[in-house]
Design a protein around this ligand. Structure first.
Ligand SMILES: Nc1ncnc2c1ncn2[C@@H]1O[C@H](COP(=O)(O)OP(=O)(O)OP(=O)(O)O)[C@@H](O)[C@H]1O
Length: 374
């Protein structure tokens, strides 16, 4: 059983409260991301689950077992770190086989002969049992490194080294895989490839995976569910789509994708809609609220943009002026000034359609469905 439950977890380091009251309920087979800015407590949460840190209070369950007092090597967690932590003097096969050989020696009662450990290890690694040989070859096949089995790890690229680290964790058949910023040492292109590799392997193996990252794109593209953390607390747990479309706080809205967020006042509140005002701008939202002061959130791609002169009917049409346009490949980001406010607006780039220039007058139209109140 590979479910993980974290209950009322508090972790203090003297005066520093790293985790205030973290609760997680991670299902078996789920790919779960811990996302948040530097220092929010992601690694501490992970280290408590792995058993490298003792909680100040609270409980941790892996499967049905409460593991608070279970040592790390008995928790059946595989770990992959940002630094690959491979053995430089062993080749790819030997790195992946290492822990299996240690376990075999330990179970055979041979680990007591510590004096001969290095010799024993190198012999067993050079001529592993059939059972270990098969497991390692299978793990290398998973990460598509079978042809590299005999290669020195120093002769591998960063992405390949990270795949060795992944194979080394998987070969032990852990019930939970813990990954702490595993892709942050890789360049952007390789990171994207590795994201799909990890996701594919995770789905094939069906292993419960907890993935720590500060990169929202990474979390959103890989995880089934994401916990957004801030200052030692979990702010929201949701699927990537829910997190994006229904952020609970402006922190989440801002951290997960870009958003226009304005402090507004509620002018009228009905069951079906709300009228909000900020500065001279009045907008209709199809959400209701019982508050007087709200944060009005609108995603840049939810705003339609029309050149001045275009006829635009309907609700929520406001006039502004382009401050700057930025070409982003498939999209153009327009910063548009409306009174004292600036709106970010994303428009799909269409070849042949001229990009609007700074100073051009435009109209913005915002569907009330897309005006969130948080
Ligand atoms: N051993 C320690 N002693 C004292 N404070 C610590 C220790 N480990 C972590 N902290 C503090 O706990 C808080 C959470 O740290 P943690 O490493 O979990 O954050 P993080 O979200 O993983 O950050 P990053 O993305 O930078 O790795 C931080 O304020 C950090 O300074």
């Amino acid at each position: 059983m590979g479910s993980v439950v974290v209950k009322d977890l508090i972790k203090k380091y003297d005066d520093v409260v790293a985790l205030k009251n973290v609760n997680l309920d991670i299902k078996e087979g789920e790919f779960f991301a811990l996302l948040g800015p530097s220092g929010c407590g992601k690694t501490t949460t992970m280290r408590c689950i792995a058993g490298f840190e003792d909680p100040s209070s609270g409980d941790i369950f892996i499967g049905d077992q409460k593991v608070n007092h279970v040592p790390p090597n008995k928790r059946n967690c595989g770990m992959v770190f940002q630094s690959y932590a491979l053995f430089p003097h062993y080749n790819v096969f030997e790195n992946v086989a290492y822990s299996l050989v240690v376990r075999e020696l330990y179970n055979g009662g041979l680990m007591t002969k510590i004096k001969n450990f290095a010799l024993l290890m190198s012999r067993r690694l050079a001529k592993p049992s059939e059972h270990i040989e098969k497991k390692v070859r299978d793990a290398l096949k998973y990460v598509e490194l079978e042809p590299y089995a005999e290669r020195a790890v120093s002769e591998l690229s960063g992405g390949q080294q990270q795949r060795v680290a992944l194979a080394r964790a998987l070969v032990m058949e852990p019930s939970v895989l813990l990954m702490d910023e595993p892709l942050s040492n890789l360049d952007k292109k390789l990171r994207n490839t590795m994201r799909s590799t990890i996701r594919r392997i995770q789905q094939d193996v069906g292993i419960t995976t907890i993935f720590v990252t500060h990169d929202q794109e990474e979390a959103m593209s890989m995880a089934d569910r994401v916990a957004v953390m801030k200052d030692g607390e979990v702010i929201q747990i949701a699927s990537p789509t829910e997190l994006y479309s229904q952020p609970k706080t402006s922190f989440v809205a801002d951290f997960v994708g870009s958003s226009n967020i304005f402090q507004g006042n509620v002018k009228k509140s009905e069951k079906t809609h709300t009228i909000v005002k900020f500065g001279d701008i009045v907008l209709k939202s199809n959400f209701n609220t019982n508050k007087n002061d709200v944060n009005v959130m609108i995603r840049p791609e939810s705003i339609e943009l029309f050149a001045n002169g275009a006829s635009t009917d309907g609700e929520n049409v406001i006039e502004g002026e382009v401050i700057i346009s930025t070409y982003l490949g498939s999209q153009i980001r327009y910063d548009v000034k409306v009174g004292m406010y600036e709106f970010m607006v994303d428009k799909t780039y269409e070849p042949g359609v001229p990009v609007l220039e700074s100073g051009e007058k435009v109209k913005l139209k915002i569907n009330p469905e897309r005006v969130l109140l948080i």
